[in-house]
Design a protein around this ligand. Structure first.
Ligand SMILES: *Cc1c(COP(=O)(O)O)cnc(C)c1O
Length: 396
């Protein structure tokens, strides 16, 4: 099929939620390089929206996937024990604050699980706390509950009245606003340590520490959504480590399966102990194939200190971007290998990313006219330098 054949089928039959897509269909990948059906090569600096942390055709991913598939078992259901699920849960507990883990199929589903856990924690105590406060410009997913937690009119407007009740937003990085919004029915605060979709905006260290202290003072829970910032991306296995702020519940997805769909809810024993059989579940969540791939990828990334890799390569990319002299760039910000280039209003991030695509580089965008970079962590410094040169050129 040619690209125009694919486009014709897509525009005739696929639900119009993604509109006109970037004009390319990738058919093969190796390392940080993608190839389209004409064999044209592209250097990837977006990793399928911060998902493909090990790039393309990495043996730790492809090998585990093929080996598991060849056993004949992709899925058995959670009625039975699932070995890689138990091992992956243990691995995550060993390397994080968490005592217990639940697996879902996506980031939104992980956030749904986190919100249910928070509610159940207070329900089990006979407490009236059920409300969850998140931040303006946040992104937590596309299900009804996660849309209600996503502080963006663009995502919420078509789905009002929002479900469930009790989800509100306050300005990000504003402690007074948060304090004022908390009442005796508040169960949890849900935040991204760095907002990804919202514009690659880190929480200020003082703010996140103060939110933790406030939650402790009032006996409410802190949920960190690390769906985008997690899995070595920002320079530590999870971003909270760099803030020295430990959540009660953390959600992970995107990089966790390095391209295979999987999400996770991580919880402290304090919270997890409120959960009883039947409180939550999933048919597909944590299935054998997803966990086998994720387990192999996570072992590889932890074993090869990919947090350090993300710090070093991120510093290199950040430095390369900061040397670009262009009056279109307002700021370059981010942590590790999640970097945003804030552009002036007259320079569209979407148009710039298409310009880069035409030059053989894949970059993303974020809200607020930001060019968003979340490269596969296996990208080379030479590839990043070539990108910086292409960006310099494209900005002219
Ligand atoms: C992508 C994202 C989600 C949603 O994940 P899905 O897998 O698309 O459901 C939730 N939270 C954050 C911070 C994200 O970046």
């Amino acid at each position: 099929m040619t690209l125009s054949d694919i486009k014709a089928l897509d525009s005739a039959h696929f639900l119009g939620v993604f509109g006109e897509r970037c004009p390319v269909c990738f058919t093969r990948g190796e390392g940080a390089t993608l190839y389209d059906q004409d064999g044209k090569a592209y250097t990837d600096l977006f990793a399928g929206i911060a998902v493909n942390a090990l790039g393309y055709n990495h043996p730790a991913v492809t090998g585990a996937l093929v080996a598991q598939a060849q056993t004949g078992i992709l899925h058995t259901s959670n009625l039975y024990y699932v070995a890689p699920q138990a091992e992956l849960a243990a691995l995550l507990c060993e390397h994080t604050f968490a005592d217990r883990v639940f697996f879902s199929n996506s980031g939104a589903e992980a956030n749904e699980g986190a919100m249910k856990l928070a509610r159940k924690y207070f329900y089990a105590q006979g407490s009236a706390r059920y409300k969850i406060i998140s931040a303006d410009h946040s992104f937590h997913g596309r299900t009804l509950a996660t849309v209600a937690a996503t502080g963006h009119d663009y995502y919420q407007a078509p789905y009002r009245p929002l479900l469930p009740q009790g989800l509100t937003q306050v300005p990000y990085n504003d402690l007074d606003a948060l304090r004022a919004a908390i009442d005796e029915e508040t169960a949890a605060v849900l935040l991204e340590p760095m907002q990804g979709e919202g514009g690659v905006t880190p929480a200020s260290p003082d703010y996140l520490a103060a939110v933790r202290a406030l939650c402790d003072e009032l006996g409410i829970l802190l949920i960190l959504d690390e769906v985008q910032t997690g899995v070595c991306r920002t320079g530590s296995l999870y971003c909270y480590e760099q803030y020295g702020v430990v959540p009660d519940i953390l959600t992970s997805a995107k990089g966790l399966g390095c391209g295979f769909p999987i999400g996770a809810v991580l919880a402290s024993e304090k919270v997890a102990s409120a959960i009883a059989p039947g409180d939550h579940g999933s048919t597909f969540g944590g299935n054998t194939l997803a966990c086998a791939v994720s387990l192999s990828a996570m072992r590889y990334m932890i074993g090869h200190d990919f947090s350090a890799v993300a710090r070093e390569k991120g510093a290199h990319l950040m430095a390369a971007l900061k040397t670009i002299r262009s009056d279109k760039i307002v700021e370059v910000r981010g942590m590790g290998m999640l970097i945003g280039v804030q552009l002036t209003q007259d320079c569209s991030a979407a148009a710039l990313s298409r310009e880069l695509l035409a030059r053989g580089f894949v970059a993303g965008t974020a809200a607020g006219n930001v060019l968003r970079l979340a490269p596969p962590l296996v990208i080379t410094e030479a590839e990043m330098d070539a990108f910086a040169a292409a960006l310099t050129d494209a900005l002219k």
